[in-house]
Design a binder for this molecule. Structure first.
Ligand SMILES: [Zn+2]
Ligand SMILES: [Zn+2]
Length: 214
């Protein structure tokens, strides 16, 4: 059985099948690219996931395995709605794309775990034996059963250059990194200040009129 470190579940928050799928995806990427987990700004991941799907949990697994974390700015989400990701590593000519096989997704789909999920029950509320069973089917699967891998030859990607240059917005006075400053009425301003009049403050309140209805 594939061994997944316990800390990854602690980091992710609940026990679900998609975080381990992402973890295995990330480990496979490291093996194919012949690199270790990134300590700094090496591995870049382009996740093809979108928002609002339990499959999105895979991204926490990918971050855990590769070190390409959101905080380090090493993972982008492309919103294609696929359980797939592209892995790029500096100095490597080719990038790789890993996608979870349709057949494996079809194999998981009838599992009791999803009956609970479809009733709106969150993974932490699903009985432990049900979660353990679906996670084990991920950990026991052979790599070939899980993933299709393709090589993206001569993948061109230039990471954004790191910058420490920050300037005070001339309206709100808050430090803003230079790349994000906009020009408005001859002033260098931050993005929120560029979109409204200086004296105007927009506060988005919940719509109290409709809040009571459902
Ligand atoms: Zn999850
Ligand atoms: Zn501002």
């Amino acid at each position: 059985m594939f061994k997944i470190p316990e800390w990854t579940f602690e980091f992710h928050g609940h026990r679900c099948p998609f975080m381990p799928i992402g973890y295995r995806m990330g480990i496979l990427a490291l093996e194919i690219l012949k690199v270790g987990k990134s300590l700094d700004h090496q591995m870049h991941v382009f996740s093809e996931m979108g928002v609002g799907h339990p499959q999105g949990c895979m991204q926490d697994g990918i971050m855990s395995a590769t070190g390409a974390t959101f905080g380090k700015g090493m993972i982008e989400r492309m919103n294609y709605g696929k359980v797939a990701a592209i892995f790029w590593y500096p100095g490597k000519k080719d990038a790789i794309r890993i996608v979870l096989k349709n057949e494996f997704q079809d194999k998981l789909a009838p599992h009791e775990f999803f009956k609970f999920r479809k009733q709106g029950i969150e993974p932490s509320g699903i009985p432990e034996n049900v979660r353990k069973d679906i996670i084990n089917s991920v950990l026991n699967a052979a790599v070939e059963e899980l993933f299709n891998v393709s090589i993206l030859h001569d993948f061109k990607y230039t990471p954004v250059k790191g910058s420490f240059n920050k300037v005070k917005c001339e309206v709100c006075g808050e430090y803003t990194f230079e790349r994000y400053l906009r020009e408005k009425d001859g002033k260098k301003v931050c993005i929120p200040c560029s979109e409204r009049e200086a004296e105007e403050t927009v506060i988005h309140l919940p719509n109290l009129h409709t809040a009571g209805k459902s």
